[in-house]
Design a protein around this ligand. Sequence first.
Ligand SMILES: [Zn+2]
Length: 367
Amino acid sequence: MVEFTRWLVEQESMSREADATRRIANSLGERLTFEGAAVELLNDPIYGSTVRARFDNTATGSSADKQVLVVGHLDTVWPIGTLAERPFRVEDDLAFGPGIFDMKAGVMLAFFSMRAIKELGLVTKRPVTLLMTCDEETGSHFSRNVIEEEARRSYAALVLEPPIPGGTIKTGRKGVGEFELIIGGRPAHAGNDPRAGISAITELAHQILAINKLNDYERGTTLNVGVARGGVLSNVIAAEARAFIDLRFRTVDEGERLTEAMADLKPVLEGARIQVRGGINRPPLVRTTETGELFEHARGLAFEIGYDLKEGSVGGGSDGNFIAALGVPVLDGLGVDGAGAHAEHEHIIISDIPRRAALLTRLIETT
Ligand SMILES: [Zn+2]
């Protein structure tokens, strides 16, 4: 399993490197075909290829109408060439490498679960579809349609994103919004004619403070002006300024409320203009009663395997958000324990692999 993980890590696959994600999708697709799946590659010129693999290990005459959906992504945040600087390596119980925790080790788990089901002759309660996408890290603009199409045919979804360090799986995720604020002022010579100008930068400063006031930590609503830029030269009153804002929220209503609040921003300086672009990218993954039941089922399976499975909620989004928004229960964070997603110390804990693989296999078999 470690060798298979290495094989995946050594096929670098940053999002938007279409050739690279096509190659890894191809090679994984071949391996899945060998394990008995009907495999299709869904191709996009910008993002590359997403793998869809269908397995039917149900009992003959089974009447299960809905499938179990297993979701992962093949893309990483690491530019091609990172591997040369930080090659795959094992140190004691840890394995390091770009994209290993988020989430090539999760892709490996899905592969071995399906292999185990085949080799042990296990009968699954429902047909299983594996979806390994190529653009999760950039917001799933290409794969979202197919994720939602498969979600509608699903009884439940199992998402192989990394767990919360410590192995806690995720039954709640905040929704994500992305906004761009474009401010128009009026340029003027800062020395000769300062009063003729309207500074877009000063206006932006007012807006940043207004946006910060929308934060509501108690409700779990946060906004971050992560990028601000404007102006051309110090002796010119700035005609234009821009900011990029990240929004996180817990409920659909709260997302709508904040989208309206962003659209309602009014200029403070006379003559300044404001334009707001963007909106909600991922709806929140809300823990429903069905999610709770699915978690209890998983917890029981983990108990049989010999450990105590915990659940938690996080601020980061995943493809699980799109699925949950359609009313399908989602268990997310079923990948291998480790730490350092999107960071240089990214690693997995090798001794966690067997129990996670056992849990995933049992979930696929019995859900
Ligand atoms: Zn991920």
